[in-house]
Design a protein around this ligand. Sequence first.
Ligand code: NAD
Length: 490
Amino acid sequence: MPMSASDPTTPIPIAVAFGDGIGPSIMEATLRILEAAKVPIAPERIEIGEKVYLSGVTSGMEPSAWDVLRRTRVFLKAPITTPQGGGYKSLNVTTRKTLGLYANVRPCRSFHPFVQSRHPGMDVTIIRENEEDTYAGIEHQQTPEVTQCLKLISRPGSERIARYAFDYAERAGRRRVTCMVKDNIMKITDGLFRQCFEEEAARHPNIESDVMIIDIGTARIADTPGTFDVVVLPNLYGDIVSDVVAQLTGSVGIAGSANIGDDFAMFEAIHGSAPDIAGKGIANPSALIQGSLQMLAHLGLADHANLIQNAWLRTLEDGVVTGDLVNSKGERGSAGTEEFANAVIQRLGDEPVTLARSAFRQGRTMAFETRKAAPRPVKTLGGIDVFLDWDEVGRDPNVLGEKVKALGSDALELRIVTNRGVKVYPDGFPETFCSDHWRCRFVNPEEGEISHSDVLALLQRFETAGFDFIKTEHLYRFDGERGWSLGQGE
Ligand code: NAD
């Protein structure tokens, strides 16, 4: 929940982590600018990252640091290095999920010609769902040949991010929200995300909305980013598209990112700890500065954010840029981290001459009131998918099909056998490659309801017949609607 800056004499406590690699130098530069702009905040330093990981804390953050976060509820974080291997969990993913930071907001704007970009007019904000999708991190190896990752998309998660995207568009005076999904293939999961988006869009007739398939959407946004405004995506697509779009502005070194939840918020640069340039004093602090300005707006300090942003824009206009950027004269920048920060500080109070002036608006509470929950649908069990690890000589689907068909009952009949989603029995194609991972779909022939006892009896027959069943998936209907996808060829 954003805090109020109504009493400017009381500094607002925030948690600050200096991170690894270039982290400490860009954080020092950023905090120096905030201090020079007399921003009423009280940073409390916490330790996170490589040192903490290597001391044996696999989450990368000490319990005492969590206590500071719980108290301040606002976190400005420099990039950290995640050590390779060793079972270390990504601190970013852990923090986002532990603190319920469901919305990742990345404004990606071009500052052409002062930062050279092939897309001068672009001003896109990517809003990425931050907690669900394949990032639930639920993965298994099920057979010697086959692994799986569960993609979880929930109605509350999808409703919340769609709501956030339209609310953001309204607050920021944006005209259109685009949703990107792959619901032509993932009709149930991406289909739900799209449905929640369309339901929310109908509540905002003043904002245009459209839906694009992610592949063509990514191609278009990479080609003509200037035609997009606000884009909302599920987690994995959002992760990829936000880096693509940030790079189009000229460099990942100038894009900040906000991670917003109902009670907590975390602000950062989108780039990593850049170990290749650490200690050289040449890192661009701009992305972390941009993250910190999103934080100020969130804290209700939009005036301070605009003061700093205007000075930052003027610095770019004056041709002062770091070595990751090319200025309007076509020269690669030569300013170091400190020199760049000093240039911004010197320009506090100045405004850009050519670029549009900064227009941060005050944040406001993101804790939406809960919409009236729809009544829970009637759920009925109509069948079961039994997955097998089966590797008999020849892997002949007809041999397997005949064997498992014999395990059926009046309640549960074999409908099909698929391999990696494609029907291979009955009437499969001999050309289809078969792995050692098979799905045997049993359904009630009358489309009626079956019981858990029917399922257990079926699995008992698999056990007796010597099959290695590796997992099962129940086939439910919700208010009579099929809640499972058909196999390819079913
Ligand atoms: P990176 O973003 O650190 O670096 C990619 C390239 O961009 C490098 O050439 C680097 O020099 C350059 N670069 C990045 N930021 C820059 C800046 N501010 N100024 C100038 N140049 C800059 O990505 P990477 O090399 O893949 O990752 C390095 C480490 O960072 C890894 O340990 C990774 O896990 C971690 N990482 C952390 C975060 C985070 O904390 N949010 C995000 C991404 C990566």
